[in-house]
Design a protein around this ligand. Structure first.
Ligand code: AMP
Length: 112
């Protein structure tokens, strides 16, 4: 079981900022920007690579939730970055699909 599954199951605490039937969003424990929220599906999907065509609606809902989070966090106008790390070279450290919502400061590009 991943740490995010434990958050979904309310076995460990998290600072939840958005929740609906299929999606949960909570603050990253090691924020890399003034706003750093993780948006995850409640259904366990390891990552983009293991998603299927049948997950298309749920994947879209993650982006819709990310937009809502950005608006609620007050970064919609200033701008923000959505990141999905996938697999080892992508820097994924938790094997439960998650979208990082990063904002509140100017972010550099490209990533290292
Ligand atoms: P990634 O490297 O893309 O897999 O991102 C995983 C993110 O999960 C990292 O930014 C971590 O800081 C964050 N993280 C790990 N454990 C927790 C936790 N218990 N609560 C909130 N965020 C966490």
């Amino acid at each position: 079981m991943t740490i995010f599954q434990k958050i979904i199951d309310k076995q460990i605490p998290a600072k939840i900022v958005y929740e609906d039937d299929e999606v949960l969003a909570f603050r990253d424990i090691m924020p890399q920007a003034p706003v750093h929220v993780l948006v995850i599906p409640k259904r366990a999907i390891v990552g983009v690579s293991s998603s299927t065509d049948d997950d298309a609606l749920l994947l879209g809902k993650l982006l819709v939730a990310a937009r809502k989070v950005a608006e609620a966090e007050g970064v919609a106008q200033s701008g923000y970055r959505l990141v999905i790390n996938n697999g080892v070279h992508g820097g994924q450290s938790v094997d439960h699909l998650h979208v990082h919502v990063l904002g509140g400061r100017a972010l550099t590009w490209p990533p290292g």
